[in-house]
Design a protein around this ligand. Structure first.
Ligand code: BES
Ligand code: ZN
Length: 623
């Protein structure tokens, strides 16, 4: 064996302990001392004031007989009263301190709890600027009938609308009563109960982590897609959404056949206004979705497959800390691709994975060594740092590697057992690895060396064992693209009329970051790419056209930035404008005029792009 190979296979010694890896540095909670087991919310939505006010009652499981304090996470909450409740429901005031805010973590709410009460009630109100909520005026909605509210708690924003132990290591069930004005439908990450007067009620009987706490409210309509699935959206959008997501029942059956029963009762989906900052969010029983996935031709429904897959990987078996987030996102990206394969065929599944793998390879060099690890060194990661394509695509790729080595039959059975074994638990990478070793690797000797597993999980970059399926359509596209770039094939002669959306994405992804102006103009003249209504095409095309210096696309790029609040799509366009002084001024003016329409998280991300561009006027061209 060559020395380099030997070195690559040498077992990895980690510079931290399993105990350190299991700590969540992004929460003030002390789950070893006390755990919330159930929460009762009693809330009122005040749209004019942009405030949620009410109480949360926490049922506590004291695990340390010497403990005498309950530490909770909060951010920008006004705490009005804290009391202990005895069995008869009698309240006794508790003293508490709200610590000065840490910019990332928020404020620790320290509650003195002598005698370790079984129930604690906190009366509180949110700030209009709560980081986990977006309040929209009725003019900012599609139908302009009523204002809209939605939450986005992942990763550490639940604490901005509920005081709680905001760590994925703690799981609790919840029930809620929410008062809202007439005509406002409230939805939560829970099962809806019959309405009582002006009170809408919810029940989440399963223990879930805090980042899955979710609420939305607005003028909403529902359309069923099967007995246990429905789409919610503003009335003018609900029919198109139900058509686009009509395969949800087929997706659910596929996943159940592979990995065991769907354990959450209903699977409903809510289409949010365009300012929703993500593609989707797997809130249990009520997936939140960006309207940008409604392409009209189901070409982007893998986002729905992804959020559904989280009902197994993520919501059922949950990463215990943000450092372990690849257990959620990598497993989910793998399962998503299996769903797409079963429902839409192997070609589409392979195309989607190869596109994602290409994006990962493109971004890998710009990530720090630690970010290139599936399981990063814990003390070096921020709460959302581990959330790169590494967690998603390298994570899924690792599972594809295992599937290839052990064979589909064995690996599918293993994964199903894994979901059963850890159901409704939060686990670390190291717990997953112990289970993998005992139940897969050691049971089928000779297939995979443990050192290879450790390379995948703990080493930066991609191992040599990372292979991709052959996609003949992509090989033909590579040839056509090369001919176009060499000037031997005109833009109109490209066989783009035969390409599906994924094939177009592949064509665009492997164009130069800044094509020549002539190339951009020729492609746009032949294929009207700047006018594409497919948001994934726009995200790949518009930045390249801007960087090529094509000022004619500026209005289309501006309209795109203002129409779409999903960070992954809108930020690349801002970054492209930020690459020139004139472009930066244009993007800044557009942002200044429409800042209020963006979600707080998106505002923060755009402002960072603009600020960094000022510090370094000609930003690098990378996405
Ligand atoms: N759970 C994530 C969204 C998320 C991650 C929100 C981290 C906040 C912090 C969700 O399941 C997701 O991965 N969404 C993707 C969709 C996708 C198909 C990869 C997105 O929003 O782009
Ligand atoms: Zn996900």
């Amino acid at each position: 064996m060559r020395l380099a190979t030997l070195l690559a296979l040498a077992a990895i010694t980690l510079p931290y302990s399993a105990a350190e890896a299991a700590q969540d540095p992004y929460s003030y909670a002390e789950p070893d001392k006390v755990r919330v087991r159930h929460a009762e919310l009693d809330l009122a939505l005040d749209f004019p004031a942009r405030v949620i006010a009410g109480t949360v009652t926490l049922d506590l499981d004291w695990r340390d007989a010497r403990a005498s304090a309950l530490n909770l996470d909060t951010r920008d909450l006004a705490i009005e009263r804290v009391e202990a409740l005895d069995e008869a429901g009698h309240a006794r005031a508790l003293s508490y301190t709200l610590a000065a805010p840490d910019p990332e973590l928020g404020s620790r709410l320290g509650i003195a709890a002598p005698g370790r009460p079984a129930r604690v009630r906190i009366a509180y109100r949110t700030a209009p600027t709560a980081s986990g909520l977006q309040w929209l005026d009725r003019q900012q909605t599609a139908d302009k009938q009523a204002p809209f509210l939605f939450s986005q708690s992942q990763s550490i924003h639940a604490r901005s609308w509920i005081p709680l132990q905001d760590t994925p290591a703690v799981r609790f069930s919840y029930a809620a009563r929410v008062r809202a004005a007439q005509g406002i439908t409230v939805l939560m990450s829970a099962l809806r109960q019959p309405v009582q007067g002006d009170v809408q009620r919810f029940d989440q009987p399963q223990p879930i982590p805090s980042y899955l706490m979710a609420i939305a409210a607005g003028a909403l309509a529902e359309q069923a897609t099967s007995k246990r699935a429905a789409v919610w959206a503003e009335p003018s959008q609900v029919a198109a959404a139900a058509r686009e997501f009509g395969d949800i029942e087929a997706m659910m059956r596929t996943t159940e056949q592979l990995y065991g029963p769907y354990r959450w009762g209903r699977y409903d989906m809510l289409v949010l206004p365009p300012s929703f900052p993500f593609g989707g969010m797997e809130n249990p029983e009520m997936t939140f979705l960006t309207p940008t996935v409604i392409a009209g031709d189901k070409s982007l429904v893998s986002v729905v497959a992804h959020e559904l897959a989280h009902s197994w990987s993520g919501n059922l078996v949950t990463s215990a800390t943000w450092r372990d987030i690849w257990l959620n996102e990598g497993f989910t990206t793998y399962v998503e691709n299996r769903i797409v394969e079963a429902v839409y065929g192997k070609t589409q599944a392979d195309e989607e994975f190869v596109v994602a793998a290409g994006e990962l390879k493109h971004k890998m060099p710009s990530l720090s060594e630690n970010q290139q690890r599936l399981a990063p060194v814990p003390r070096e990661v921020g709460a959302d740092d581990a959330l790169t394509d590494v967690a998603y695509v390298k994570g899924a790729w690792f599972l594809r590697f295992l599937e290839a080595r052990f064979g589909r039959v064995v690996f599918d059975a293993y994964l199903r057992d894994y979901f059963d074994h850890f159901a409704f638990q939060s686990i670390t990478t190291e717990q997953m690895l112990d289970y993998l070793r005992a139940n897969l690797v050691d049971r089928h000797p000779g297939k995979v060396d443990w050192d290879q597993v450790e390379q995948w999980v703990y080493a930066p970059g991609l191992p040599e064992s990372a292979t991709l399926p052959a996609v003949p359509a992509f090989t033909a596209i590579d040839t056509a693209r090369a001919a176009f770039l060499h000037g031997t094939l005109g833009a109109a002669a490209l066989p783009g009329g035969d390409w599906n959306t994924h094939e177009w994405l592949y064509f665009l992804d492997h164009l130069p970051e800044a094509p020549t102006l002539v190339q951009v103009q020729a492609l746009d003249a032949a294929w009207s790419l700047s006018r594409s209504s497919n948001a994934e095409i726009g995200m790949r095309w518009l930045p390249r056209a801007v960087r090529a210096g094509d000022h004619e696309v500026w209005p289309a790029a501006r309209a795109y930035m203002l129409r779409i609040g999903r960070m992954k799509l809108t930020l690349p366009v801002y970054r492209a404008f930020a690459g020139s002084a004139q472009g930066l001024a244009y993007a800044e003016a557009a942002y200044a005029a429409h800042k209020a329409e963006y979600h707080p998280l998106t505002q923060r991300a755009i402002e960072k792009v603009l600020r960094e561009a000022h510090a370094q006027p000609v930003a690098d061209a990378a996405r």
